[in-house]
Design a protein around this ligand. Structure first.
Ligand code: PLP
Length: 498
């Protein structure tokens, strides 16, 4: 029987087809009328560039199509059974079918937009509720300081960027790119569309603790842990090594408790360890996930923050063959690699159009505004500057700061993991704990804080061994010097007494 989903939402809330919500998908490229044709009672103020120039059109484009599509249909019947995707949770399927009713019209419109000069027989958009009369005034006002170059959609730019930096064997496609306001939002959206409430995602500890709240707060999705530890034994050739055996055990334990595990999260490069997975390791993890029909969410947000040439990062998108392409979803953002965590931008690459659609439905709540999209497209496009200027400087600075901090730790006799990626060193302060408990770890954390040093303790990363701390070294030397005066010997006479 075909079940009917009769929802009360205005069709204007529906996303745009296979891509993102029309407002969030990209900077729009509809032409706008020139000033002369606007119904403006007085001439606009003089600008530093010529009216009607290509620059001006680019500027205006970033402000167009701001509103949502208003369809004449306000109540829509959607047959759930016919659209059910085996890749999505029940609520993910609902999100997936929230495209649709406006898709046909918008697709046709974007393929054949009216343009007085270039396409006089094209479609005129009388469906979108937006005021096109004052774009000229507002775009100039709000974007006063922006410089413009040739417009290309952000998603196309992201696809090209990832193809290049992830060394993809074939060009990645813009239609498989989703853009949200940060990887945190992506975790949240993915958890929601892949899992139903109470279901779980597998992750190895220690891991970047923000994932916990990202998947739980909206999605009510839990994490199941594969605990790693620092011991070197048989198959563990390095501390906190992730192996398939540990993933298998965690998965089986969770299933034995009746927990439905739907996905695996991999952080590569890993935060807080700084590990970079080898190609063979990545294949093992992906094969494991395929065997168990788990989605894999690979977070590569630190992929360009590998600061030593001896270390080689392999993106999952660079693999010749993915074991389970429709269950493999890769995310990246600019917060870390471009040192701009305040500009909220994260991107997902997935070949699974059901997952892309479902996440795109949630983009409505997590969008990146048009002018920021435009700036990011400009940034990602400038390959010469990224390669010749930015990455060279960034890697040299990261390496110098890492060397400074690790040399200090060596002098102090404090063990740590010596890695070449990310902004952090994973430090072993266990010898300063007497009984080796998390309570002591917390006391030690407070001791640092009372000495004006804020570190992150292992518990915040669900580390199974008390006494590990993460220090961020990506800072100016004078601040590193100040901070390190406080640890460990000046505050802790050896052996450490709490
Ligand atoms: C591994 C990892 N993923 C995701 C994020 C969040 O990224 P965004 O700023 O894009 O939300 C962080 C932030 O610290 C992180 O370390």
């Amino acid at each position: 029987m075909v079940e009917s989903y009769h929802h009360q939402f205005a069709a204007s809330t529906l996303p745009f087809g296979h891509s993102q919500h029309p407002e969030l998908m990209e900077i729009k490229c509809e032409e706008v009328d020139s000033d002369e044709r606007c119904l403006t009672p007085e001439p606009p103020p003089p600008m530093s560039y010529q009216q009607g120039s290509p620059d001006e059109h680019e500027l205006e484009r970033a402000f167009l199509d701001r509103a949502q599509n208003d369809s004449p249909i306000s109540r829509v019947e959607i047959p759930i059974e016919t659209s059910k995707s085996p890749y999505l949770s029940a609520r993910g399927n609902v999100a997936n079918i929230f495209r649709g009713s406006t898709e046909e019209g918008y697709k046709a419109y974007h393929a054949d937009k009216y343009d007085e000069d270039k396409n006089p027989n094209g479609i005129i958009n009388f469906g979108t509720s937006e005021n096109k009369l004052c774009f000229d005034l507002m775009s100039k006002r709000v974007s006063w300081h922006l410089h413009y170059c040739v417009f290309l959609s952000l998603r196309e730019e992201v696809a090209r960027f990832l193809t290049y930096y992830c060394k993809a064997p074939a060009p990645l496609k813009a239609e498989n790119v989703i853009v949200l306001n940060g990887c945190g939002s992506l975790f949240s959206a993915l958890a929601t569309v892949l899992c139903d409430p109470g279901e779980a995602i597998l992750i190895a500890t220690p891991f970047y603790g923000g994932v916990t709240q990202s998947v739980f707060l909206y999605g009510n999705v839990k994490l199941v842990y594969a605990y790693l530890d620092s011991k070197i034994t048989g198959t563990n050739t390095r501390p906190f090594q992730l192996t398939v055996d540990k993933l298998e055990k965690a998965l089986q334990d969770a299933r034995a408790e009746g927990i439905a595990v739907k996905a695996l999260i991999l952080l590569n490069p890993q935060n807080p360890l700084g590990d970079i997975y080898s190609l063979a390791e990545l294949r093992d993890y992906l094969d494991f996930a395929k065997r168990h029909e788990l989605h894999v969410v690979v977070d590569e947000i630190y992929m360009l923050s590998v600061f030593d040439e001896s270390a080689i990062f392999h993106s999952v998108l660079g693999m010749d063959r993915l074991p389970d392409p429709l269950r493999t979803h890769v995310m990246w953002g600019i917060s870390k690699d471009f040192a701009v965590s305040g500009i909220r931008f994260g991107t997902l690459y997935t070949e699974n159009q059901d997952v892309a659609n479902a996440v795109a439905s949630l983009c409505y709540f997590h969008g990146v505004c048009g002018p920021v999209q435009h700036k990011i497209a400009q940034l990602l496009r400038d390959r010469d500057w990224i390669n010749q200027v930015y990455l060279r400087a960034n890697h040299a600075r990261l390496k110098a700061a890492h060397t400074y901090v690790t040399d200090e730790l060596k002098t102090l006799g404090v063990p740590f993991l010596n890695r070449n990626a990310g902004f952090f060193v994973w430090i072993d302060f266990r010898k300063y704990l007497r009984t080796g408990t998390f309570e002591e770890e917390m006391l030690l954390w407070r001791r640092f804080l009372s000495n004006k040093v804020l570190l992150s303790c292992g518990k915040a990363f669900e580390c199974s061994e008390p006494g590990w701390f993460r220090i961020i070294f990506a800072d100016k030397t004078h601040r590193l010097q100040l901070g390190e005066q406080c640890f460990p010997s000046p505050i802790f006479p050896q052996p450490f007494q709490l």
